[in-house]
Design a protein around this ligand. Structure first.
Ligand SMILES: [Zn+2]
Length: 125
């Protein structure tokens, strides 16, 4: 939904169908610009489960929990087929590629070090 009102609290909008309830304690963890991610997370896990999850964590864990919920929603928005698993495959593949590149670069450095003649400063000693 691109024509969403950015002043609406997405948590209250989902919970009450209203803009913002005075007793809203979770709205600050779900900014309006992340409403689509929350909507996708709700579609994926169900709002009642997310509400139960937010109730179950300690207050100092709410922000991390909300960020995790929004991240899940975002990942599933970008990859509706594989979701988090697709993201893991992509990142694992990138790590393996960088490790191969690092190994190749280290081999080249070893060859260069072996072939490098002694520097003039070493000859003077
Ligand atoms: Zn709210």
């Amino acid at each position: 939904m691109n024509n969403r009102n950015v002043n609406v609290c997405p948590w209250c909008n989902y919970h009450y169908g209203e803009n913002h309830d005075a007793n809203c304690i979770y709205g600050r963890y779900f900014p309006p610009e992340r409403a689509t991610d929350l909507e996708n997370a709700c579609r994926l896990f169900g709002f009642s489960n997310l509400l139960r999850l937010m109730h179950s964590v300690r207050p100092n864990e709410r922000e991390a929990t909300a960020n995790s919920i929004l991240r899940e929603g975002s990942v599933w928005t970008n990859d509706p087929v594989q979701g988090v698993l697709g993201k893991e495959f992509t990142l694992t593949s990138q790590i393996e590629s960088f490790e191969r590149e690092l190994e190749s670069t280290n081999k080249l450095l070893n060859i260069i070090e072996v072939k490098e003649p002694p520097s003039s400063s070493n000859l003077m000693k």
